[in-house]
Design a protein around this ligand. Structure first.
Ligand SMILES: NC(=O)c1ccc[n+]([C@@H]2O[C@H](COP(=O)([O-])OP(=O)(O)OC[C@H]3O[C@@H](n4cnc5c(N)ncnc54)[C@H](O)[C@@H]3O)[C@@H](O)[C@H]2O)c1
Length: 550
């Protein structure tokens, strides 16, 4: 159906612009697609729809999005209103708790998802398709082409990882011999059935796709809600998955505001919800859903440079990438750098400054910040500068010569130094460790006898997502790693905080609600629960007699 739709639109495009335009569109737009990233504009806006009970639908309300680079209304999203959620509630309610498949029901669907993954991996690997998604991501969540393409490549590799028999291997069970003949206990990975997935704006393809596929592989029926600012990317990806054979009834896709989604969750009562986004909403949903939730929430991610100074150019570059790629809008972005005093004379900070100055709006190596305004970044910086001994190391100013609308932020890559002893003071700690989802980091210094204070700071933080311990001193690594908890921690001279690919578990630690993404372990943890079936089929011992009451 989506192919027919896109061809119809193509036909309409020819009528508008003639055969030459069609030829160029055919070359650059994959057959499943209904939009062309380069052509979306105020005069040719794109549409995002919902998908429920096997069909694409619109709603009574179109929410217009503005182009983050010039403020032009360029995409309209059919946002479902509170009064319109019934079909979504019904669709989810139709899925039983035991799921669409499980080890004892419709096992052929594990193989089907292996095939769908193989086809989708193949399709996404085609240069025209990966370029299409990279450019579409850039339009709604502006980042450099390399960063956008990396997101597509991670997604493609993930799909490759779950081809063939790999989906059924996710549901591998085990058996333990019992106490007598005919008895054995069998542990199964069981789905939750109806589930919900809520994802943020910063990785429009990777986060929703990986969680969606994980949910499906394990036998669940998900309703997916992506931040409307970027949901056009998953609208197109669902069309690709349908073209690869995904049954239309398996996934519902809703665009709405948070309040409507909250209502849907309460009415449809999904048995598990995966939430990726801010800690504020995470905590609200955890309470509303009575704990039936797994969380990937805020990151205030730290990097500790150990006493062994080496490879300064490389480490400056990794710091620059970690703090400022995607304009700092990665949950794994380097939020605070603890630098051993041995690095003071290494020139590291000067190198970080000059690397940050290479970033420019033209290639989106720095760009719009979608959830923090320029004025709130300035205010945060000013508050930090009230702390005695603090200073701006570089940046600290708005971007110049741009047309980024005021609802978004536009700020130069910024580093503010705050003395370690001040960071630890109770009045300052909350302020310094507040996640600023933009190109902003705090830098501090410590001496050998202050490592305790660094570890105390890490202990007192609330978000334990990613971390990096940059050192090749095994005793230093052992000390820091043994006394910290972050879920995805890189250790060694090449350690980083960002850029976890699909083969590294990614997720917070230290919270029983913590979710993961990417690896088989993450999929099994988030999207299935343990079920034990104890077979006890006999026969009874020949001399069995009725025992006395116990
Ligand atoms: N841990 C991770 O893996 C990870 C990954 C990416 C982003 N993040 C975090 O996400 C945050 C940035 O995203 P944001 O500010 O857009 O997050 P957000 O919490 O505002 O929004 C996330 C999603 O939740 C939806 N939502 C909002 N209110 C809701 C409600 N009451 N009920 C249901 N859904 C609701 C939004 O529409 C959006 O789709 C940062 O804190 C970042 O660290 C975490």
């Amino acid at each position: 159906m989506s192919l027919i739709l896109s061809r119809r639109r193509l036909a309409a495009a020819v009528r508008r612009s003639g055969p030459a335009a069609l030829a160029s569109r055919w070359l650059h737009t994959p057959p499943f697609a209904t939009v062309s990233p380069q052509e979306i504009s105020g005069s040719s806006p794109a549409e995002v729809q919902n998908f429920v009970q096997g069909s694409w639908t619109t709603s009574g309300n179109w929410n217009w999005l503005v182009d983050p680079l010039n403020g032009e209304k360029f995409i309209k999203v059919a946002e479902v209103q509170e009064a319109e959620i019934k079909p979504f509630v019904e669709s989810l309610s139709n899925c039983p708790k035991h799921g669409l498949h499980n080890p004892l029901k419709a096992p052929e669907r594990y193989l089907m998802y292996g095939d769908i993954s193989a086809k989708a991996a193949n399709m996404l690997g085609q240069p025209v398709v990966s370029d299409f998604f990279a450019k579409l991501i850039q339009r709604v969540s502006p980042k450099s082409y390399q960063q956008a393409l990396a997101e597509v490549q991670v997604s493609q590799k993930f799909l490759e990882n779950f081809c063939g028999d790999q989906v059924r291997f996710l549901a591998r069970s085990f058996a333990v011999p019992g106490n007598h003949l005919g008895q054995s206990s069998n542990g199964y990975r069981w789905p939750y059935g109806p589930v919900a997935i809520i994802t943020p704006f910063n990785f429009p393809l990777e986060i929703p796709l990986l969680q969606l596929m994980g949910a499906l592989y394990m036998g669940n029926k998900p309703v997916l809600k992506v931040d409307s600012k970027v949901s056009i990317v998953m609208d197109q990806m669902l069309r690709l998955l349908h073209a690869c054979g995904m049954p239309a009834e398996d996934v519902d896709f809703i665009n709405s505001d948070g309040i409507t989604m909250n209502k849907l969750l309460l009415e449809a009562n999904p048995k598990m919800t995966l939430f990726t986004g801010s800690s504020r909403i995470a905590e609200k949903l955890a309470a509303d859903l009575k704990g039936k939730i797994k969380l990937e929430d805020a990151g205030f991610d730290w990097k500790i440079l150990g006493p062994d100074v080496q490879e300064v150019d490389y480490i400056a570059w990794v710091c620059d990438q970690d703090a400022y790629a995607c304009s700092g809008q990665k949950c794994s972005a380097q939020s605070i750098l603890f630098m051993h005093k041995n690095w003071s004379s290494s020139g590291l900070l000067d190198k970080m400054k000059s690397l940050s100055e290479r970033r420019k709006l033209e290639d989106l190596t720095i760009g719009p910040v979608l959830t923090v305004t320029t004025s709130s970044m300035i205010e945060h910086m000013k508050n930090l500068l009230k702390i005695p001994g603090s200073k701006v190391l570089f940046g600290g100013e708005p971007l110049e010569n741009h047309s980024i609308p005021e609802i978004y932020g536009a700020f130069k890559p910024t580093a503010v130094f705050v003395p370690l002893s001040e960071i630890l003071k109770s009045g300052n700690f909350e302020l310094v460790t507040r996640e600023i989802f933009g190109p902003f980091q705090v830098v501090t210094e410590y001496s050998d006898d202050e490592l305790e204070l660094v570890l105390e700071a890490c202990e007192r933080m609330n978000a334990h997502l990613t971390a990096a311990v940059v050192s090749n001193d095994p005793l230093f690594l052992q000390e820091v790693l043994g006394r910290s908890v972050n879920g995805t921690t890189y250790a060694g001279i090449r350690a980083r905080t960002t850029g976890a690919p699909q083969n590294h578990w990614f997720g917070p630690a230290g919270d029983p609600r913590g979710a993961g993404i990417g690896t088989p372990e993450a999929i099994k943890l988030v999207w299935s629960c343990h079920r034990e079936i104890i077979y006890d089929i006999g026969p009874l011992p020949k001399n069995w007699a009725l025992p006395s009451a116990t």
